[in-house]
Design a protein around this ligand. Structure first.
Ligand SMILES: Cc1cc2nc3c(=O)[nH]c(=O)nc-3n(C[C@H](O)[C@H](O)[C@H](O)COP(=O)(O)OP(=O)(O)OC[C@H]3O[C@@H](n4cnc5c(N)ncnc54)[C@H](O)[C@@H]3O)c2cc1C
Length: 470
């Protein structure tokens, strides 16, 4: 850590040490540049490590273990204690977070990246002032500046988030006790992940959104399977709804009045209505920048803002708002800023959603493929068709291969079911191996371990084979 940075100048300054900032800094450093990362939190790693991905996935792991336990003892009437503390459902969280923060810190150190501790704000387009916790100020100039400050939950003014009864995705896991019932506002990734995790923990969950089905950007068959599993677990999805009002009754319930007159009561509420860029306090105007109407930073395909040497990467530029995408944006932006080649085409970046069951996709959707070349062929395999799915009792898995009209070239893969976020990489690697998509026959002509879920690739490829006429 450097105490006095007043006189320091860097080639690249990264504001924020989440997945986007980390990768941008490492890429720039590997290209031999003098790099600094400024972070306002004590530990590095960003929202991803501290409050988002890792904590939510730790709770998810508990929910899955409990579900396995229930399945393994079907005759046991197994219920969690009514006063179950949320923190005790995440026993390993502290360890996991500490290990991650330490590892990421060492990674920065090993790469010779300067770490600056404090809150950054623009003085002008080339200079960032850093306000340290002890109140001291210092200034840093850089030829390239990367804004990687992440996002915070979006809360409409009429929804009274008090972080006690009505919570957002930053505060939901600070809830003391597991509620009996939970209303989730929203139908995006965070809403669906938490809704399905809490439903698995035995909480009565009602998810409310204005869209008829959640996760509108994902394959409809995958989402259909997810909603089916969620409702099978006692969850309720109320789609096509508007919110009239939300209020805490002052005793025990959050009351939600819907536009159609229906009322939903629950112990707690999670508001997951999207996220806005965390740019408050950055003094964007001083650098010649402004947030869009949606509260995000606008960039071109290289993540460059309207000020050519200032880039914005990760959640700060909006969807898909995933850690893996943030990392890739960081890497690419740094490569562009330093005049290096661009790397992989962006449609090969996979999407992984840790709902229960998981969902994942890579490449083109059926609709996108159809628009490019009408006559798309889709091959499918249900997990209960492959031996591993039957052995593991995975009923709700589905793998879809999207192929061009010849039924030869693989354009996209879409999977729902436990293991989907790992399994997707088989498809991704196959597609990366051949320009414009793998030959689907690759999956028929090669040997898979038996019994594995990956065999679903072969079953789906055989389906494509049949559909194209052998
Ligand atoms: C509940 C939840 C679950 C999620 N689950 C997943 C998942 O399973 N998989 C996945 O891929 N993604 C997941 N995400 C999304 C993922 O966490 C984000 O996409 C990712 O963290 C974005 O990375 P980032 O680098 O853009 O920002 P962040 O990780 O938010 O990091 C930004 C950093 O900038 C710092 N900062 C902000 N302003 C300043 C300033 N002025 N000066 C200095 N420092 C500053 C912040 O302190 C923070 O450390 C989840 C998110 C949430 C909320």
């Amino acid at each position: 850590m450097i105490d006095d940075v007043t006189t320091l100048a860097f080639d690249v300054l990264v504001i924020g040490s989440g997945p986007a900032g980390q990768k941008a800094a490492i890429q720039a450093r590997k290209a031999g540049r003098k790099v600094a990362v400024v972070e306002q939190e004590k530990g590095v790693g960003g929202m991803c490590v501290q409050r988002g991905t890792i904590p939510s996935k730790t709770l998810r792991e508990t929910a899955l273990s409990l579900a396995r336990l229930r399945r393994g003892a079907e005759l046991l009437d197994f219920k969690l204690r009514p006063d179950m503390e949320v923190s005790s459902l995440m026993t390993r969280l502290d360890q996991v977070v500490k290990a991650n923060v330490a590892y990421l810190g060492r990674q920065l150190e090993r790469n010779g990246i300067h770490r600056l501790y404090g809150r950054g704000r623009f003085v002008n387009a080339d200079t960032v002032e850093i306000l340290s916790v002890d109140g001291s100020r210092s200034r840093v100039t850089a030829q390239t500046i990367m804004i990687a400050t992440g996002s915070r939950p979006r809360t409409p003014a009429e929804i009274p988030v008090d972080h006690e009864n009505v919570l957002d995705s930053d505060s939901i896991l600070s809830m003391l006790y597991l509620p009996q019932s939970l209303t989730v506002l929203g139908g995006g990734v965070i809403a669906c992940e938490y809704a399905s995790i809490f439903a698995h923990l035995g909480v009565r969950v009602t998810m409310i959104d204005r869209t008829p089905r959640p996760l509108a950007f994902m394959d409809a068959d995958l989402v259909g399977k997810f909603v089916q599993a969620f409702e099978h677990n006692g969850g309720r999805y109320l789609g096509g709804q508007t919110i009239g009002s939300v209020e805490w009754d002052g005793i025990s319930q959050v009351i939600t009045r819907l536009g159609n007159g229906e009322t939903v009561s629950s112990d707690k509420m999670l508001v997951a209505l999207g996220r806005v860029a965390a740019v408050d306090g950055l003094d964007l105007a001083a650098a010649g920048l402004a947030a869009t109407q949606r509260g995000l930073l606008a960039v071109d395909e290289h993540c460059r803002t309207v000020v050519p040497h200032i880039y914005a990467i990760g959640d700060v530029i909006g969807p898909p708002s995933l850690a893996a995408t943030a990392m890739e944006q960081g890497r690419r932006a740094a490569r562009h800023a330093l005049g290096l080649g661009p790397g992989l085409p962006s449609e090969m970046i996979p999407i992984g959603i840790y709902t229960i069951p998981e969902m994942a996709s890579v490449g083109l959707s059926a609709d996108e493929a159809e628009k490019r070349t009408p006559g798309t062929i889709i091959g499918q395999a249900r997990f209960d068709e492959v031996a591993r799915g039957q052995i593991s009792g995975i009923q709700d898995g589905l793998l879809k291969l999207v192929c061009d009209p010849s039924g030869k070239k693989l354009l996209g893969v879409h999977i729902v079911g436990e293991g989907a976020t790992e399994l997707i990489h088989v498809g991704q690697m196959a597609m990366l191996g051949r320009e414009g998509g793998a030959d689907v026959d690759l999956f028929v002509e090669n040997t898979f371990n038996f019994p594995t879920l990956a065999e679903a690739y072969r079953v789906a490829a055989l389906d494509v084979w049949e559909r194209r006429g052998g």
